[in-house]
Ligand binder design. Structure first.
Ligand code: FE2
Ligand code: FE2
Length: 199
């Protein structure tokens, strides 16, 4: 049976050739699936949203177009409006679509932090995220020049929003980052972060 996740991945493979961007979307998908399971939500659907959210970044690599210009492409292919709305909500400043639902808050909270985790895994000689401890991520977090594109203050803000919306304010930053790491470790092979790149 073709899952929604598979369909999302097909759309990504068609529009994205860059390995790093593909890995980013798989990582967000893994984190979304992990949180869906935690929250009793639809794992396949949440994972699909994570995987597809930046599908148009390679064809629209600027925030004037991404993700707004991607929406009609998804619409023409029959993706439902709810999924498209969630994708648009990950950049409210450009789309005017605010986060409303748990899945919207989860998406933004899982988005940028995967960048720090991927970068941290890739500087390890083993290139294996499964042996990476949260302690080493904390060290990298403090070095602002490391994975400088990951806006730490933004991560703090969107994690706080996610915590308020879905965890009654009890999800702290490092628990969240550890959760995303756990999800990515479980999906290490698919992310090519299982040591394959060290060979
Ligand atoms: Fe994006
Ligand atoms: Fe993203």
């Amino acid at each position: 049976m073709t899952t929604l996740r598979d369909k999302a991945w097909e759309v990504v493979c068609e529009h994205v050739q860059d390995t790093g961007l593909r890995r980013h979307m798989l990582a967000v998908g893994a984190a979304m699936g992990w949180y869906a399971a935690q929250l009793g939500e639809d794992v396949d659907y949440w994972e699909a949203v994570g995987i597809i959210h930046d599908f148009d970044w390679e064809i629209h690599p600027d925030l004037d177009r991404h993700p707004t210009a991607g929406a009609p492409i998804l619409r023409a292919r029959g993706w439902d409006e709810e999924l498209i709305r969630t994708v648009l909500s990950h950049y409210e400043a450009g789309t005017g679509v605010p986060r409303e639902k748990p899945i919207d808050f989860a998406l933004l909270a899982c988005d940028e932090i995967t960048g720090l985790l991927i970068a941290s895994a890739l500087v390890r000689p083993s290139k294996d995220i499964r042996e990476m401890a949260i302690k080493s991520v904390k060290k990298k977090w403090k070095v602002r020049a490391f994975a400088a594109g990951v806006d730490r203050d933004h991560v703090i803000d969107v994690t706080e929003d996610f915590s308020q919306q879905c965890f009654d304010g009890t999800l702290d930053l490092w628990t969240h980052i550890n959760n995303v790491l756990t999800a990515m470790q479980a999906d290490a092979a698919r992310l090519d972060l299982d040591g394959a790149l060290a060979k």
